[in-house]
Design a binder for this molecule. Structure first.
Ligand SMILES: [Fe+2]
Length: 293
């Protein structure tokens, strides 16, 4: 389904609120738009023409009476919102280079079929506390991606991962992060051996050294934040929009800066094998550290 701005706008107009002054003509104009594109039949257009004279008249009963239907859902509908987010993520990744990006985009293209019944969205205290600030930071540079994430937030199943032993991963991370899978097992776009989603971590939190068999792409949308690879040594500070690729089994750590860490993530294989914490001696120091902007 097209996500071009003019089509999204026309679909919003096609579903303009009944009774709103001018809405009958707005619906009819939108129907003409889609008829010109070959997405709506002349018979359906005729129904919208008939109903356009009365702003309160819902075309749906007349369409049903004539055995007609329209498959142009309102842009607020979850399937449209989630497909738009997937396409915005793909477009964003298409503007970046580095290991794993082409592979991730190929997997996005391979798993485009949406689930028949969408899993319900689930709220999360970390998302409630920090998503707005993260999106406000993203929006000036990437307004369409920020809007797409914002619109999709209520329709995603946000999870705070609880399979790390709490004493190993530490309390700050254990309660200070959430992720939602957009493409993957049980996700709106079902996939096997591929997970793509959004990850958010509260400001200043340390995601301690860990590793997993899955190769992993992070595309951070906010920053700065600190990283290290290999389980020891100083942090490397990275800005927003600098993707990070972790080869299978590579030990990695993320220290969140003053902004909430909002990132796209992808696991491109071995997604069912769990992550493990990798012990290090300097976590207390890194947890106390504050990264400056
Ligand atoms: Fe990881």
């Amino acid at each position: 389904m097209s996500q071009r701005p003019e089509d999204l706008r026309a679909r919003a107009h096609l579903h303009a609120t009944l009774g709103e002054p001018g809405s009958g003509r707005l619906r009819y104009a939108a129907a003409m738009h889609f008829q010109r594109r070959g997405q709506l039949s002349p018979e359906v257009l005729e129904v919208y023409r008939v109903c356009s004279a009365d702003d309160s008249e819902d075309p749906a009963p007349l369409l049903a009476a004539r055995g007609l239907s329209v498959d142009l859902p309102c842009p607020d509908a979850p399937p449209v919102v989630l497909a738009h987010l997937r396409d915005e993520i793909d477009r964003y990744l298409g503007t970046h280079f580095g290991p794993g990006i082409a592979e991730t985009r190929a997997l996005i293209a391979a798993w485009r079929e949406m689930a028949g019944s969408l899993p319900p969205g689930r709220t999360n205290p970390v998302v409630d506390a920090w998503m707005e600030a993260a999106l406000a930071e993203l929006a000036p540079a990437m307004p369409s991606l920020a809007a797409a994430i914002g619109a999709a937030v209520p329709h995603l199943d946000w999870i705070t991962y609880d399979l790390y032993p709490p004493d190993e991963i530490g309390p700050a991370f254990a309660r200070g992060h959430a992720f939602a899978t957009l493409v993957g097992e049980g996700a709106p776009f079902p996939a096997e051996e591929f997970d793509l989603g959004i990850f958010i971590v509260a400001p200043d939190v340390l995601y301690r050294d860990h590793h997993h068999p899955a190769p992993e792409l992070y595309a951070p949308l906010t920053g700065p934040h600190g990283w290290r690879f290999g389980g020891a040594g100083p942090l490397t500070i990275k800005a927003a929009h600098v993707p990070v690729w972790n080869d299978p089994g590579t030990v990695h750590l993320t220290k969140v800066g003053p902004s909430p860490f909002l990132s796209l993530f992808a696991w491109t294989q071995d997604v069912t094998l769990p992550a493990q914490v990798f012990p290090a001696q300097d976590w207390a120091e890194l947890e106390a550290l504050r990264i400056e902007t």
